[in-house]
Design a protein around this ligand. Structure first.
Ligand SMILES: Cc1cc2nc3c(=O)[nH]c(=O)nc-3n(C[C@H](O)[C@H](O)[C@H](O)COP(=O)(O)O)c2cc1C
Length: 139
């Protein structure tokens, strides 16, 4: 049971309702704690960016459930890798709202000041999340 990490992006669908983020976080935290999964979820009201880390089988099962969720669309895998330690282990699912996705941060890790994970490499996305972890420990 070795560790892996995935990073993926998606976009809200037309069936997404205000308040859905709270229910997504509630079930994510409940299920991820039970599955020993850790990670972060960024959301800017248009795009999701999520990191999931844990055992390969549990992360895969979770990702397959997430893929079928009608509240988002255009789900795209940005990175999959085997890891030797977790990087986001303080959160069963930490939440990074739009207010933390500042123009300065986006400029550092992408080509424009707007948050658009579809335009980012897996490495840039990982570095963005690591920077948030180090600088905004309350997420
Ligand atoms: C952007 C997004 C991120 C999600 N993240 C997780 C997650 O980390 N873990 C999880 O179990 N479910 C996550 N979900 C919810 C799943 O798609 C699914 O609704 C849930 O796992 C079903 O479990 P439940 O019946 O216990 O609520 C996410 C959904 C969306 C749209």
């Amino acid at each position: 049971m070795f560790l892996i990490r995935i990073l993926y992006a998606s976009e809200v669908s037309s069936s997404f309702q205000p308040g859905d983020v709270e229910s997504i976080l509630e079930s994510a935290r409940h299920n991820n704690s039970a599955n020993n999964i850790t990670g972060l979820l960024c959301f800017n009201n248009k795009y999701f960016l999520q990191c999931l880390e844990g055992s390969r089988s549990r992360v895969n099962d979770t990702y397959q459930r997430i893929l079928k969720d009608p509240r988002h669309q255009r789900v795209i895998m940005l990175d999959y890798r085997e890891i030797f330690k977790r990087e986001f282990d303080q959160w069963s699912m930490g939440y990074v709202p739009q207010t933390h996705l500042t123009r300065n941060l986006n400029m550092r890790y992408s080509a424009t000041p707007e948050f658009d994970p579809f335009e980012m490499s897996g490495e840039s996305v990982y570095q963005l999340l690591a920077s948030i972890r180090d600088n905004i420990p309350s997420v």
